[in-house]
Design a binder for this molecule. Structure first.
Ligand SMILES: N[C@@H](CCC(=O)NCCCC(=O)O)C(=O)O
Length: 247
């Protein structure tokens, strides 16, 4: 008997464990998907349609590695920063196809940046170097509560998807990114902004299914933070609807 839980593909990234490469997704992403009542499956890549034939939802995770800037027509600004071209090679086509096929999609941090780039947008490669923008990188600490602690406010755009999910004009979020949306892809709509004007969330309103990208990390407090919980619940609701359609 197949599971009645929606299957959510969770993108894996290349990480070094000691001297050897692994494909991995941080446990908090997995726990948050489970907590929302879905079945997570860490996914190392593959042909978009093969993957989407299985999926009721896609969760694009954050990762230290940046999206390769060749995908938005630029050279690498800082060669000391990590890249994951293999992940780019399957997530970017997957996003375009998931949108076309109406599979629910949620992108967190790098995952949000991937959505913007996949749909034709570009990134600031170092937000902190852009005049007027603050430093959005996390504090350098081994204490995860400090590293992913609440860092700044975010204004929710009235009348949008996040507004309908959260029902509040302002939230406080963690922040752990050096890059961020520069040119917003055509069709994407801004859903939230930080006080310095960084695009913190966006959606493609004309897509046939739920889709949301955000620059902060709701998975880090998915069990305790009501904002994080509501975001994952909204995604899970769309995945359940997709599961029922497939059944
Ligand atoms: N490299 C990009 C994306 C940042 C990002 O996703 N950070 C999360 C890292 C932790 C994790 O989720 O594994 C940037 O710097 O903007």
């Amino acid at each position: 008997m197949p599971s009645s839980l929606p299957l959510v593909l969770v993108s894996a990234s290349h990480e070094m464990l000691g001297t050897r490469p692994f494909l991995a997704a941080r446990c908090e992403y997995i726990d948050a998907v489970r907590l929302a009542g879905c079945l997570p499956m860490i996914t190392p890549g593959g042909e978009p349609d093969d993957l989407l034939d299985l999926a009721d939802g896609i969760l694009l995770t954050g990762a230290p590695a940046n999206v390769h800037p060749s995908h938005f027509g630029e050279d690498v600004l800082d060669p000391t920063l990590p890249l994951d071209p293999e992940r780019d090679s399957w997530t970017l086509p997957l996003i375009r196809r998931a949108v076309e096929r109406g599979i629910p999609l949620m992108g967190i941090c790098r995952g949000f940046q991937e959505i913007n780039v996949a749909l034709g947008g570009s990134l600031h490669q170092a937000i902190h170097a852009v005049p007027g923008f603050n430093d959005h990188r996390e504090p350098d600490s081994d204490d995860l509560a400090v590293r992913y602690g609440l860092a700044h406010e975010v204004d929710i755009v009235p009348g949008g998807l996040l507004d309908s999910i959260l029902g509040q004009p302002r939230i406080t979020v963690n922040s752990a990114h050096g890059q961020g949306v520069n040119r917003l892809a055509e069709g994407l709509r801004v859903e939230a902004l930080s006080p310095d004007g960084v695009i913190e969330a966006a959606t493609l309103p004309d897509a046939p299914a739920f889709n949301l990208g955000m620059q902060w990390h709701p998975e880090c407090q998915a069990a305790t933070n009501p904002v994080s919980r509501r975001i994952f619940e909204a995604f899970a609701e769309a995945c359940h609807a997709q599961r029922n359609r497939r059944a």
